[in-house]
Design a protein around this ligand. Structure first.
Ligand SMILES: [Mn+2]
Length: 362
């Protein structure tokens, strides 16, 4: 059971972006923040935005560090979509480490040729798996206080309002899934969706690109996401993409893409999220739309300029390593210091001021 909405402590706080199993980066970031995970001490409270695990080299070590800090009362963490997947038992690209599966791999294209590469990840023992799943079940979806809100992907008032106070997140998620699926069934959409997916290798193969628009699949995928409060908060709302723009990411062909909710957020408390693979430097072609695009990588965004994504794509390092990079990564792990609103990166010495923030009276 988890209390789904919890309170952030008052006073200064550090908010850490998606870690994705990058244990070394987390260690150096924590040390820059004055936090010692072995002695379980921190200079100020820490809030993790979730997605602690998957794809990176050592998810077990990351979970152990975060559990220790939460146990000691110096950190909090919201549930990310990657933790939610493991709770639901879904095997996804990049979470084989938890199931002890060393054949877990990702697919990518170089010069038109499809490559597959296994993730180089420390595997969990069955004992660790049980402990980690039990731990994920205790995580809230929302952390908040009057001036600040922390969720993994999306603040959406109506979805937050639908959350029961204390609940088993797995039964809640399944119950809402069932409701949505019953409705899709009643409209005949689910049957059509199955036929469409069967025709194109269940949409799981990069080399089997769908040759026509799959309407039922697109409608079902959109509603399963955007009508489901747990999914909305942990992975955002989604909207349909035109057929010419369908894309392959996370091991699947996608007919919907992320809705830019931050451009519509018009409430007073600042919101800090992760999830959106923000670029830190340069550009890369990840094969998917660049949803969180701001002029400067340090910019706040939204009509009130009070929304910030602190995920600088450290979770992309597995792909950088696969292409031969072992140092000087594009993707970074960051923390936002509040109320200073400066960024601290695991691999940079200077503290970097954020930009484009609304000032009082704006
Ligand atoms: Mn995420």
């Amino acid at each position: 059971m988890a209390r789904l909405s919890q309170t952030l402590p008052s006073g200064p706080i550090d908010i850490i972006g998606d870690v994705h199993g990058e244990a070394d980066a987390l260690r150096s970031l924590l040390s820059r923040l004055g936090c010692d995970p072995d002695r379980r001490t921190a200079g100020r409270p820490i809030a993790f935005v979730g997605d602690l695990v998957d794809r990176g080299p050592n998810s077990p070590e990351v979970v152990e560090m975060v559990m220790a800090l939460i146990d000691a009362g110096v950190a909090q963490c919201v549930l990310g979509n990657h933790e939610l997947n493991t709770l639901l038992g879904s095997r996804k690209e990049g979470n084989g480490w938890l199931w002890g599966d060393d054949s877990d791999h990702h697919q990518y294209i170089v010069d038109g040729a499809v490559h597959t590469e296994c993730f180089e990840s420390v595997l969990a023992t069955s004992q660790q798996r049980e402990r980690y799943i039990a731990f994920f079940k205790t995580l809230p979806l929302v952390l908040q206080r009057p001036d600040l809100r922390v969720v993994h992907a999306c603040w959406h008032g109506p979805s937050v309002a639908r959350l029961p106070e204390q609940v088993d997140i797995v039964s809640l998620t399944n119950r809402w899934d069932d409701e949505i699926n019953r409705d899709l069934d009643a409209r005949g959409i689910r049957q059509q969706e199955r036929a469409e997916r069967d025709e194109f290798a269940n949409l799981l193969r990069l080399d089997v690109r769908p040759t026509r628009d799959l309407n039922a699949h697109a409608v079902a995928a959109g509603e399963r996401q955007s009508k489901h409060p747990v999914k909305v908060i942990t992975s955002g709302r989604e909207v349909r993409v035109p057929f010419e723009s369908i894309f392959f990411v996370g091991g699947k062909w996608r007919f919907v893409q992320r809705f830019d909710w931050w451009n519509h957020y018009d409430e007073q408390p600042a919101v800090v999220v992760g999830h959106y693979w923000r670029r830190r430097i340069g550009t890369w072609s990840a094969g998917k739309p660049d949803s969180w695009s701001t002029e400067q990588y340090t910019d706040w965004t939204g009509p009130r300029r009070n929304v910030f994504c602190v995920d600088y794509s450290v979770g992309r390092r597995f792909a950088e390593r696969a292409r031969g990079t072992h140092d000087g990564f594009d993707g970074g792990l960051a923390a936002m210091r509040w109320p200073e609103q400066t960024l601290v990166f695991s691999d940079r010495d200077e503290f970097i001021p954020t930009t484009n923030r609304a000032t009082v009276g704006d």
